[in-house]
Write a protein that binds this ligand. Structure first.
Ligand code: GLA
Length: 391
């Protein structure tokens, strides 16, 4: 049973829509610290200057909600007095938020919302977190729900875990909501302590190269990596019951389990320990403006993801191998969950244009696909624009 009605014609209410609230919800990049968030480790993401845009207005009904996406050119309407049912498409990110808010006994009312975007989807820059967090922030403002930014990020993560069914960590949602312009966040995913480190990149820029592939096992492989780490913890807990995540394990303890764990699981765990160390080293490099050292850590991170954690793919490896031969690129690595999506490259600004042409040709020759190049800048988290004050 579902109370959700989908439509593809834009409802007339959105033709000359006068919003009372606008939200700009950014995507994110991650400089280093991959697959560490759900292991209670460290990550170093920030928001980017590409957004999903929301316009909201209360519609003076108790429970009728209407949403339209200019990006997907379709929309849906539903009533708040029914429990949302999964639709297996973009709507689930929004319905998941409604569901979590209801679980938290937040009082909702009818609203209209229109969505547009300049944030590519499926590129590994977290359009899903931008959708969840922007929508949640909008409802929080519109209905005065009194959620803090951290509560919005964690609620959005729960919506993705519980409703959408992806077992993601907190990195994407935290970065989308809580980033600061021109800074990276060194985030401790255990305590949620955030250190904002200035992104002084001098003459260097961040260039994303989108492989334009998304291998279809991405979701199940992501969840299975997480399960492997959790299974290792359960084995270690038999003798060390206070340990709850890989965060509490050091190399000496892990070595004691080298013969107990399968060699694959051992490599997964070793990668996580090493990647956490790389994030610490990257934070020091960034604080002292040592971009060369930072770049080396990025390459090392990629090799760990490729050979130990095994979440890369030939297209990502090709782009990183190509970058490794260029003296004007200090660092390159796959970014996000893996199996497709983007590489992130720390590249001298003078060489960007020429490099895009060169690498695109080489990539096309190899895979018959035109990669997409996106230059990004560390940007602020969710932006809230109130147009009409609300009684
Ligand atoms: C995805 C997830 C994040 C994180 C990364 C890998 O982006 O949503 O929580 O686990 O993969 O670092």
């Amino acid at each position: 049973m579902t109370n959700i009605r989908s439509f593809s014609t834009k409802p007339s209410v959105f033709h000359d829509f006068q919003p009372e609230l606008m939200i700009n919800s950014p995507g994110r990049i991650n400089l280093i610290g991959e697959h560490t968030d759900y292991n209670n480790g460290f990550v170093m993401p920030t928001a980017i200057d590409r957004h999903i845009h929301f316009k909201f207005r209360l519609n003076n009904t108790e429970n009728f909600c209407r949403i339209y996406s200019d990006t997907y050119t379709n929309g849906f309407e539903f009533y708040l007095d029914n429990t949302p049912v999964r639709q297996n498409d973009w709507k689930d990110y929004l319905l998941g938020i409604v569901h979590e808010l209801q679980q938290n006994h937040k009082k909702l009312e009818g609203f209209d919302c229109i969505i547009s975007s300049d944030l590519p989807t499926g590129a590994g820059i977290s359009s899903s977190a931008a959708l969840e967090c922007g929508f949640c922030t909008g409802l929080n403002e519109l209905l005065q729900l009194n959620l803090s930014p951290i509560e919005i990020a964690t609620l959005a993560q729960r919506a993705e875990n519980n409703f959408v069914g992806s077992n993601c960590g907190i990195m994407d949602q935290f970065a989308s909501v809580l980033s600061k312009k021109d800074h990276f966040i060194k985030l401790d995913c255990k305590s949620l302590d955030a250190e904002y480190i200035p992104a002084d990149l001098g003459n260097f820029r961040l260039l994303l190269l989108n492989t334009r592939v998304s291998h279809n096992l991405a979701d199940s492989d992501y969840n299975s990596r997480r399960e492997e780490c959790e299974a290792a913890i359960r084995i270690i807990q038999e003798k060390h019951p206070t340990i709850t995540s890989l965060r509490e394990i050091d190399h000496t303890l892990l070595e004691q389990y080298q013969q107990v764990l399968s060699s694959q699981t051992y490599q997964r765990c070793l990668y996580v320990l090493q990647e956490n160390e790389r994030v610490q080293a990257a934070a020091s490099a960034l604080r002292s403006n040592d971009l060369f050292a930072l770049g080396k850590l990025m390459f090392a991170s990629h090799r760990g993801l490729q050979h130990q954690y095994e979440v890369s793919c030939p297209e990502l490896d090709f782009l990183v191998d190509y970058a490794e031969n260029k003296e004007f690129i200090y660092g390159s690595r796959m970014m996000g969950g893996g199996f497709g999506g983007c590489t992130i490259n720390l590249i001298n600004s003078e060489n960007i244009e020429g490099y895009i042409t060169e690498v695109s040709e080489a990539y096309f020759k190899e895979f018959n696909i035109h990669p997409e190049a996106i230059e990004v800048a560390p940007s602020a988290g969710t932006e809230i624009i109130k147009l009409v004050s609300h009684e």
